[in-house]
Design a protein around this ligand. Structure first.
Ligand SMILES: Cc1cn([C@H]2C[C@H](O)[C@@H](COP(=O)(O)OP(=O)(O)OP(=O)(O)O)O2)c(=O)[nH]c1=O
Length: 198
């Protein structure tokens, strides 16, 4: 059906999350939450993504309530790249993107994505944890990739769904989780509140 009534809200500005939710065929409406994404001191990467996914879903649910929109469930997510003990979020500029890619070159990192679903005053959370191995990248490759503009709005400065696919030797875990919305975990959360993949 082309204009099916929305079943949920997706609280996200990320075009990747919208595309991934479309892949599941769940009709949805988008809300854009405005949330401060700075890590707290001594917060683990797992706690960090869980906290942000939760806040995005809760801020979305508050908005729905305030505006008296139909009270549908609100889905949100947060993604970070973890290299050793360092969290890599979205680079602020091209120089930071290049520095991130130089650190990822020839190494293994993790991509953590937490998904949160707020409905009827309750919140459910799931965590996706994926290992990604990059081949070694030449400085000229990093430069060309950064010049493509692709790294700028993405955690760790790369998009596995884009040209950076050519850097990825191996992944173990969830491809959709690396892209920003782990679809297995998302479907499980939705199923628990009675929404099934059509
Ligand atoms: C590692 C990786 C991240 N990303 C993206 C997904 C997310 O959009 C972004 C991580 O930033 P987030 O802060 O998780 O999300 P966002 O600010 O883009 O969107 P919102 O908070 O409104 O939902 O990185 C990819 O698209 N591909 C990848 O391979």
């Amino acid at each position: 059906m082309k204009h099916a009534a929305p079943l949920i809200y997706l609280a996200s500005q990320s075009p990747r999350r919208r595309a991934l939710l479309r892949q599941l065929g769940i009709p949805h409406r988008v809300l854009v939450p405005d949330v401060n994404e700075a890590p707290l001191p001594r917060e683990t990467p797992e706690d960090h993504v869980r906290r942000l996914a939760r806040i995005k879903a809760e801020v979305g649910a508050m908005r729905v309530l305030k505006r008296r929109w139909p009270p549908l469930p609100v889905l949100a997510a947060d993604t970070v790249v973890v290299l050793g003990r360092t969290l890599l979020g979205k680079p602020v500029d091209a120089a930071e993107a290049a520095a991130m890619l130089a650190r990822l070159s020839g190494r293994r990192h993790r991509v953590l994505t937490a998904v949160a679903l707020a409905f009827q005053g309750k919140l459910q959370l799931a965590l996706s944890d994926t290992q990604v191995v990059f081949r070694r990248l030449a400085a000229s490759e990093i430069e060309a990739y950064v010049a493509s503009g692709e790294p700028l709005d993405k955690a760790g400065g790369y998009g596995i769904q884009g040209r950076a696919a050519a850097f990825v030797r191996r992944i173990e875990g969830s491809y959709s989780g690396v892209m920003g919305l782990p679809l297995f975990e998302t479907a499980e959360l939705l199923r628990k509140i009675g929404i099934r993949i059509p």
